[in-house]
Design a protein around this ligand. Structure first.
Ligand SMILES: *Cc1c(COP(=O)(O)O)cnc(C)c1O
Length: 352
């Protein structure tokens, strides 16, 4: 049947593909950058003690009191914080709000694979900027006319962080467009740009509870920016959907932010496991990118990534392999617990 008025870009769209979510209990899942550790015990307590009668009413539309808690934690005004259902929801709102120019938005050729999906479905023109040979971003390459810029810091799937002085150069060169920095992995390393929000009213930072705060299943994310830009994001959200963050998630999110000691202890554990795994992989002949995230991006000269991926999968260890130009020689490996990391190292030793 010939369908008219139906957007071709919807028919041809290539949806985002997430890491597999295998059902078996006995597998070691290192393929979606989820946190190896459970959320804070305070989150468990908040959910167990949740008063279901509250659910009779709609939740607060702006995510209060979580929004104010985040503002206090990061030293901002509540009007500088936007709360959404995972940072994917937050990023989609930012794309809709800020990327409306006829000029292309810019992002790295190797980056979070959801960006092109949003560009396609929202009909946003874009241009990808190749990473350098060593997989780093050269900010001078962004010194060209554009309708906005987005990149993760640290970048994914490369795991490499961009120095703040370079980010400042990029911001200075791009004062009249919105620059979105996806700080999904910033808690694991690299330097946040929160303190630049005062100076750059065109800067938007997005964050998530999914990775560093162990709440991927809860769907909580947020953005931080100038009051003006946050107001635009709220306008977009209230125009496209009326899905504020739910009441249980608000409670759980508040509890996660309150338990700062648990948060930092978990980060420290993961960072030290990351360094141990990076060393072990290097010893086995892998080239491992300098990671500031909770995952490693590694390649081996003698063993094809695809084969290592299949070998590990056979052993019940799931890592991520991208069959894409420039990165099909590498594996993205999430940092797990110490036991999971030992199992991974031992499995690899059998092969190598
Ligand atoms: C995981 C991830 C996200 C999305 O996280 P959610 O909050 O779970 O939607 C966004 N950006 C990057 C770079 C990611 O790796």
């Amino acid at each position: 049947m010939e369908k008219t008025g139906f957007r071709k870009n919807l028919i041809n769209i290539e949806p985002y593909v997430a890491g597999e979510q295998p059902k078996s209990e006995n597998i070691i899942k290192l393929n979606a950058n989820e946190n190896a550790y459970p959320p804070s015990p305070l989150v468990q307590k908040a959910i167990s003690g949740f008063d279901a009668s509250v659910l009779r009413k709609y939740p607060d539309f702006s995510g209060e009191p979580l929004k104010s808690k985040l503002a206090l934690y990061y030293g901002l005004k509540p009007s500088q914080v936007f709360v959404g259902n995972g940072s994917d929801d937050v990023l989609a709102a930012a794309f809709r709000a800020f990327f409306n120019s006829d000029k292309p938005i810019l992002y790295p050729d190797v980056t979070y694979s959801f960006y092109p999906v949003w560009c396609d479905i929202m009909r946003i023109p874009y241009k990808t900027i190749p990473l350098k040979e060593d997989l780093t971003i050269d900010v001078n390459d962004y010194n060209t006319e554009n309708g906005g810029i987005i990149f993760p810091n640290p970048n994914a799937p490369t795991s490499i962080a961009l120095d703040k002085d370079k980010i400042i150069t990029l911001l200075d060169n791009n004062r009249d467009v919105v620059v979105v920095i996806d700080e999904t992995y910033i808690d694991f390393g690299g330097e946040s740009c929160i303190d630049l929000l005062d100076k750059y009213d065109n800067l938007v930072l997005t964050r998530t509870f999914s990775k560093s705060r162990s709440l991927a299943g809860m769907r909580l994310g947020f953005a931080m920016a100038s009051e003006e830009l946050i107001a635009y994001m709220n306008a977009v959200k209230d125009s496209y959907n009326s899905y504020p963050v739910d009441a249980v998630a608000i409670k759980a999110g508040c509890a996660a932010v309150e338990d700062d000691k648990y948060f930092k202890d978990t980060l420290n554990k993961l960072v030290s496991t990351r360094e141990r795994l990076a060393d072990a992989l290097s010893d086995m002949g892998f080239d491992v990118a300098d990671s500031s995230a909770n995952f490693l991006f590694a390649k081996h000269d003698k063993y094809a990534a695809k084969e290592v991926f299949a070998f590990l999968r056979e052993k019940g260890i799931f890592v991520r392999y991208f069959n894409k130009p420039r990165i099909d020689d590498r594996l993205r490996i999430t940092v797990g617990t110490d036991e999971e990391t030992d199992a991974l190292i031992n499995a690899l030793k059998e092969l190598i």
